[in-house]
Ligand binder design. Sequence first.
Ligand code: NAP
Length: 305
Amino acid sequence: LFCCTDATSNETPAKVIDGKSVARKIREEIAAEISRMKDAIGVVPGLAVILVGDRKDSATYVHNKKKACEDVGITSYEVRLPEESTEQEVLKFISDFNDDPLVHGILVQLPLPSHMNEQNILNAVSIEKDVDGFHPLNIGRLAMRGRDPIFVPCTPKGCIELLHRYGIDIKGKRAVVIGRSNIVGMPAALLLQREDATVSIVHSRTKNPEEITRKADIIISAVGQPNMVRGSWIKPGAVIIDVGINPIEDAKSPRGYRLVGDVCYKEACKVASAITPVPGGVGPMTIAMLLSNTLTSAKRLHNFV
Ligand code: NAP
């Protein structure tokens, strides 16, 4: 578990894929585009965020998203509902935001309280404003040849954007995605396939995950197990995108813990050709992609090119 030193160690032969600086650049591009749109047609993109319950981690994510919106000039509309709210109440807010011309994106922070039906709620978001890309119609279109989703989920989109911005070829490459969740693993695999990679998916029932992963030119890991992917799982020269964000005990840290990825960074950077650090890799890209989806939505709804 503790095989990795921290991600800022500089003895790494692998190139560090610096998501933090790429995300900063994307946010600057978005801010410039938003002011161009505002000057031209007087429209400011709006993002509605619905948070139900009082999970601390969810409140932090929502806070970070709001702050990121402010920084680029997106207006955010936040609704906070108590844990004991009903599904009907949440659906009413979604329906109002669906009809509100100032709102171009709607995000329901997950997970929802267990008494609510997540499917009903995600289905209620208009696909035209589904900036998280979780509506089944958007996911279905993502999976179909010849169809295009209106929005792609932010975390997997951020992974692919990093590969593009670092000039890493995807076409014809062998890719392995570890994890098959609806929000990361599954859409990441679909996106890689759309980019003409040959994709395998490894999950908790996979018998020989190490052997399969070692065949990959590109690995996207979204598991939630600290340091699971060891150096021996990696083909020399592979590119690694580590989505995992896992707290592990660390007495030296003032918080008593630190964050590590799914991939044993110290071992991986001796074998891989490029790797994302945790933190500072995929995390900042997720929010940048949410801002990008919100801007795209506003441009689309107002026919602004
Ligand atoms: P999740 O819903 O818990 O899914 C985890 C997936 O990993 C499942 O498909 C599971 O397989 C698979 N898995 C679990 N243990 C495994 C094992 N030992 N070997 C192989 N596969 C295994 O998690 P998630 O929401 O996708 O998130 C995954 C990680 O990414 C977490 O650390 C999360 O914090 C992080 N994350 C980061 C961002 C970001 O912005 N950077 C965004 C979202 C999530 P089964 O399907 O068989 O159960």
